[in-house]
Design a protein around this ligand. Sequence first.
Ligand code: AMP
Ligand code: ZN
Length: 469
Amino acid sequence: MRIYNTLSKKIEEFIPYDEKCVTMYTCGPTVYHYAHIGNLRCYIFEDVLEKTLKYLGYKVKRCMNITDVGHLTSDADSGEDKMLKGAKRENKSVLQIAEFYTKAFQSDLKDLNVKWPEIVSKATDNIDMYIEMIQTLLEKNFAYTCGGNVYFDTSKLEDYYRLTNHKIDDMVVGVREGVEKDSNKKNQADFVLWFTKSKFEDQELKWESPWGYGYPGWHIECSGIGIKNLGNHLDIHCGGIDNIFPHHTNEIAQSESYLGHPWCRYWVHSEHLNDQSGKMSKSKGEFLTLSLLKEKGYHPLVYRFLCLQSHYRKTLVFSYDKLDQMAHTFEKLRFKVKSIQNGEQGNIDMQMVELYQKRFQDTLKDDLNTASCLTVLYDLLKDDMSNATKIKLIKDLDAVLSLDLLKESEEPLSVDISLESYILSKIEERKIAKENKNFSLADSIRMELLENGIILKDTREGTLFEIKK
Ligand code: AMP
Ligand code: ZN
């Protein structure tokens, strides 16, 4: 498998530490609010990566954290505490907020067929591990205390910026909602490992520590949870590109200083989903959640399908037009698969199976090219082989794509399949009428569909339809 490594800025051959089991750490959500569909794009990508590795024969041990303490609105240790913000917003305790939004997140992943990672650990369940790490960092002189807090001293590292290749002055990322100067810091890039003094006097969750009653910084959580559960050598660490700096940069700094050797080999980041106005946010514009899409009548897997159509390293701009188009394309795909399931099956042709399996693998091994993988799927649907062979291959591929292609669909994606077949037959009828220059018949077909709320659009790719909501 070849994958883009943010650390080397190159597509590299993937070689795990232990051929028998790949270790994978993926940053989890901060459970102060619903995940937006941008966040969910990242989890879909990680799910496809995990399933691809399994498809290629690896055993995968994956771990994810749930951030329920320590994450401030600016990733650079300033701004408001996200959990506290959520609790105030809803007049609840931090723990109630964390529990509620963890469940909501779980339900989103389930709807999207994203597998829940084998190990999921709450930040608040690992305080001892952070304390142990911070103590070691202080002993090794990589950390200092000032004004009651413990900070990581970034000036102790020559290559602190190696994941980003940028100095802090040039960076605008990571500073989500404004930065304030912390006069305790020796260097601008230093970050908090443990807070005892913060402006949040009403911080609900605090623990005893050698430095006083307080709570951990956000970055130490992922290093602590990762090392505790996956060991001292990590194969893959994922997240969205906004995590590269400062979060992952800080994770590398503290983990490697603590361990005394390199930690993670492959840093794999997915690009953002943007809305029309730019970066997606939970505070500005329409808050795009999966529930909102469901309320508007879209099946969650239509969103998964949309994500799979683009490469994980390309920015994806969300629009309802695009989602409509995807719903339509996906409906057609499911319709086609259904007709294959309903047709005469015949025998499985193992030669064809092997040929297509190789093609699937080649696309996925090529830096997780899911869009090409879908093209191979379309090729196989058209190819001359028995339905039984096709079904075997679809099942095979759906282990990675997880689009429920063979599942009896209880709910329509956005359009009823029988309605779709009716519309497609009308489009075909209209096409023949036009070829025969019978334009009045062609027009009457268009009008008849329009009266039923179905709009036809003639494009270079053929006639598409849209159903008025
Ligand atoms: P958070 O809950 O803010 O810590 O984010 C959870 C995950 O979503 C992180 O891995 C982020 O990098 C990722 N993420 C945040 N915003 C977006 C976006 N607009 N598109 C894709 N991924 C995102
Ligand atoms: Zn993390």
